[in-house]
Design a protein around this ligand. Sequence first.
Ligand SMILES: [Zn+2]
Length: 56
Amino acid sequence: MERRTPAPTPTALQCATCARHQAAAAQAEERRDYSRASDERVLLARHQQSAHGDAR
Ligand SMILES: [Zn+2]
């Protein structure tokens, strides 16, 4: 299997799912699809809380 995503570091609150939501949000914004972008941001925040326990 070939993956280009860098290995996750303990300091970075990132994973493949984070990256996917961020990329989707950025893409949606480029298309001016702001409702989709905010959906992705909500999904990202929800994922980070449940998967990474980010309480900041
Ligand atoms: Zn994540």
